[in-house]
Write a protein that binds this ligand. Structure first.
Ligand code: NDP
Ligand code: 2IT
Length: 449
């Protein structure tokens, strides 16, 4: 590793000792960019890396709300405005009990690079809370979202910072957040949040965009290697927004999805998963995936334990981790390789540990990195923002064809950057290099700010 990169990485580790996920995300990027730093000596003088790992701003705030028993509950809210180099801060909100500063910082850091890869004018941000939406009534969710927005509204705006969904934040939560934002601002400022329902300013195909985009990226990556999705078996972790629409597009492309999961366990269905049933259980009833076997007794259900993800136990051609960070580790990677996996695509953010990625690549498994492969969601959020600015709506087909074009371009840019910098076929390096090059040049142009 280049000595300047090494120096900044060591400093970052010392400065952020209690933030393992953030250090992991920074290390992954820094491990790829030596070939660029080597030919740009001025980056050290301009402190490009030091500035890239330091967020522009972090807001941490109290979120008090009343539960249905009229008890006061207090959660912690976060918004990290990491980088406005190439556009307004942009990135999702995550509501999950595991949310802490390290998670928010890693997600915000990743978002800067992902958003650059889309080719659209969006900076990097993330936010959320340790609030757990599971088991809460609609009114509890609403009161929480309103209280969260009572502070967040000061920091966001359609040209400033534009939040969207992530784990635990979907159309329901965005609706309550938007309603409160509109009330506080006394103005309809549609582009201040994305992932809105289509009844009041949302974009068609935003709901499907991350999952569909992942499959477009997979299609391109397989095609470049003379392969296709047709008749391939697929395991998808999670059964939330990304997983469901990844499943839908994988099936449309001729693959057979045989396994899906949630945080409690995984379902395996040899004949192919019934996606309508998954949607019914997860999107309508907000239930557990285990309920699948009540309808299909021939399917199999295995519970997860803290150190065991049953979803990676099965023999499949393609694995798509679409749930959460570090959900696919070296042991899982070894099992997948033993069972003959040919490609892995990250729908979630940083779902694979770094040693798992290195192992998969060393065994010749095609690997699609999150920053590139799941960028279809935020890209379509940017398309939602542009529709809001124009006060106009595109059709589903128009949005989807823009998404498809964006994903093809992202793949081609990753492929080219990898080739140009001597790591052909390594799309992790390609994605990091392509995004870093643009960001570093933008930083150079804008002076020391
Ligand atoms: P959802 O909340 O819709 O779904 C999350 C899914 O992952 C659920 O099935 C959930 O299970 C499971 N899950 C969540 N946390 C854990 C955990 N700690 N262990 C095991 N399973 C878990 O979220 P999304 O589908 O929106 O997000 C999934 C991933 O994709 C995240 O990493 C997110 O950052 C990333 N992403 C999302 C985008 C979007 O547009 N929504 C865009 C790009 C990336 P359960 O129901 O049991 O909680
Ligand atoms: O991780 C992500 O890219 C998202 N959760 C989507 C962000 C967005 O602004 O649409």
């Amino acid at each position: 590793m280049n000595s300047y990169i090494n120096k900044v990485l060591e400093e970052t580790k010392i400065k952020n000792q209690d933030e393992p996920e953030f250090i992991q995300a920074v290390s992954e990027v820094f491990n790829s960019i030596s070939p660029v730093i080597d030919v740009h000596e001025e980056y050290e003088r301009l402190a490009v890396l030091e500035r890239m790992v330091e967020p522009e701003r972090i807001v941490i705030f109290r979120v008090p709300w009343l539960n249905d028993k009229n008890e006061i509950v207090v959660n912690r809210g976060y918004r990290i405005q990491f980088s406005s180099l190439i556009g307004p801060y942009k990135g999702g909100l995550r509501f999950h009990p595991s949310v802490n500063l390290s998670i928010i910082k890693f997600l915000g850091f990743e978002q800067i690079f992902k958003n650059a890869l889309t080719g659209l004018p969006i900076g990097g941000a993330k936010g959320g809370s340790d609030f757990d939406p599971k088991g809460k009534s609609d009114f509890e969710i609403m009161r929480f979202c309103q209280s969260f927005m009572n502070e967040l509204y000061r920091h966001i705006g359609q040209d400033v910072d534009v939040p969207a969904g992530d784990i635990g934040v979907g159309a329901r939560e965005i609706g309550y957040l938007f309603g409160q934002y509109k009330k506080l601002r006394n103005a309809y400022e549609g582009g201040a949040l994305t992932g809105k329902d289509v009844t009041y300013g949302g974009s068609l195909a935003r709901k499907e965009a991350t999952g569909y985009g992942l499959l477009y990226y997979m299609r391109e990556m397989l095609k470049a290697d003379g392969k296709s999705l047709k008749d391939k078996t697929v395991a998808i972790s999670g059964s939330g927004n990304v997983a469901i629409y990844a499943c839908e597009k994988a099936m449309a492309m001729g693959a057979k999805v045989v396994a899906m999961s949630d945080s409690n366990g995984a379902v395996y269905h040899k004949n192919g998963i019934d996606l309508d049933l998954i949607k019914q259980i997860k999107e309508v009833k907000r239930g557990r995936i285990k309920e699948y076997i009540n309808v299909y007794p021939d399917a199999m259900y295995i519970e997860s334990t803290p150190n065991f993800s049953p979803i990676w136990e099965y023999s499949v051609d393609i694995a798509l981790p679409c749930a959460t960070q570090n959900e696919l580790n070296l042991e899982d990677a070894k099992k997948l390789v033993e069972h003959g996996v040919m490609a892995v695509g990250e729908g979630a953010n940083m779902p694979c540990t770094y040693d798992a990625i290195e192992y998969l690549q060393s065994k010749g498994v095609l690997f699609a990195p999150a920053k590139a492969a799941n960028a279809g969601g935020v890209a379509t959020s940017a398309i939602e923002m542009s529709q809001n600015s124009m006060r106009y709506y595109y059709t589903f087909e128009e949005v989807e064809s823009k998404l498809e074009r964006i994903m093809i371009n992202i793949f081609k840019n990753c492929e080219k950057a990898a080739k140009d910098y001597g790591c052909e076929g390594n799309y992790v390096a390609g994605a990091n290099i392509a995004a870093f090059k643009q960001l570093a040049e933008a930083m150079k142009m804008q002076g020391v700010v």
